[in-house]
Design a protein around this ligand. Structure first.
Ligand code: DAH
Length: 334
């Protein structure tokens, strides 16, 4: 058979083999058989050199075209086979129900905080914020609590270095000062936030906890305004059967100062008559002077209470540490 006559049949049989390859491995085998170093087509190419000079151009052209056809057939078949192999081996059952995703929820302390904030917003209070790393001036001195004041011992905290002895704030009361320094009266703010004390953790204490501070400054503000406001919010929060009692106390930044006790059918069930929940009072004239307000013109009240305390009462929780353990069996109940 002449050289030229061999090309077409060889090409045909190679293309047939390529198109019939059942897998990528078989296809590769077909490629080696025909186009590999020792392949049939390669062997034909090698014979080209031995042809008479005048036959070479036509033969070379023909064999190159045939080789391109072979390579195109290989590429097409490879694409087909790759697609086939990437398809799922088993059919999909679209009637299967979807997988349920575990949805997180708000932490109980966040829920209580949000509820308190919502109640105060109804009566015109806005949320204010301040730094958790405070200076002694805003945490104590400006609140009429000088360095030698015994109240500083009961609010011992973590000092985080020098200069200026920055500390982790022991209460949200420091934000009263920061807000009054920045704006003139009237003021109606609440301040939810994290506070720190050098305490050992037990069922009712934790070195980190949360407070809500309130401050109201205007003309002719009275203790009656304070009582009415606090009572409104606690009834919203803990139910209408709640009763509050205001007891004289001492804080250096209020005069007079009071503590608020709380009772409800649940407190009675716990075998107690009253639970102490907050400190409050009429803003001390010294505090107004420290922020540049005239105490002869302005009057106001302030309070501060622990959010954990409220949450424990609301949800009947007996150990404060449960709030911080991140145990989803506990958290998922709220
Ligand atoms: N800062 C006090 C505490 O941490 C609570 C408090 C008492 C806040 C009286 C006040 C207040 O604003 O007037 O124990």
């Amino acid at each position: 058979m002449s050289f030229l006559d061999q090309i077409e049949p060889l090409k045909q049989s190679a293309i047939a083999e390529i198109n019939a390859s059942p897998s990528l491995a078989a296809l590769d085998q077909a490629r080696v058989t025909h186009l590999g170093a020792n392949g049939k087509f390669t062997a034909l190419l090698k014979q080209l050199g031995a042809l008479p000079k005048e036959e070479k151009p036509a033969a070379g052209k023909l064999i190159n075209v045939a080789k391109q056809e072979l390579e195109a057939a290989l590429t097409n078949r490879r694409a087909d086979l790759e697609l086939k192999e990437s398809l799922p081996k088993e059919s999909t059952d679209f009637s299967l129900p979807g997988r349920l995703r575990w949805l997180g929820k708000l932490h109980p302390l966040t829920q209580v905080t949000d509820d308190i904030v919502r109640s105060f917003r109804k009566i015109g209070f806005v949320v204010a914020d301040g730094p958790e790393i405070e200076d002694e001036y805003h945490c104590f001195d400006a609140l009429n609590t000088p360095a030698d004041h015994p109240a500083r011992d009961t609010q011992d905290t973590f000092y985080v270095g020098s200069p200026g002895r920055p500390l982790l704030r022991t209460h949200t009361s420091s934000v009263q000062i920061r807000v009054m320094e920045k704006q003139p009266p009237p003021i109606r703010i609440i301040v939810p936030g994290r506070v720190y004390r050098r305490d050992n953790a037990d069922a009712t204490h934790n070195p980190t906890f949360h407070q809500i501070e309130g401050l109201y400054v205007d003309k002719n503000v009275t203790v009656g305004d304070l009582k009415g406001t606090v009572e409104f919010v606690f009834k919203e929060l803990l139910g209408s059967e709640v009763k509050l009692r205001f007891r004289p106390h001492y804080f250096s930044y209020t005069e007079p100062s009071l503590e608020i006790d709380f009772t409800s059918p649940m407190v009675k069930k716990m075998g107690k008559d009253w639970l102490e929940i907050a400190g409050c009072g009429m803003v001390h004239p010294k505090v107004f002077e420290n922020v540049g307000y005239d105490p002869e013109v302005w009057s106001g009240w302030a309070f501060g209470f622990g959010i954990e305390r409220i949450a424990m009462i609301r949800y009947n929780i007996t150990d404060i540490r449960l709030f911080y353990e991140n145990d989803t069996r506990f958290l998922s109940q709220f």
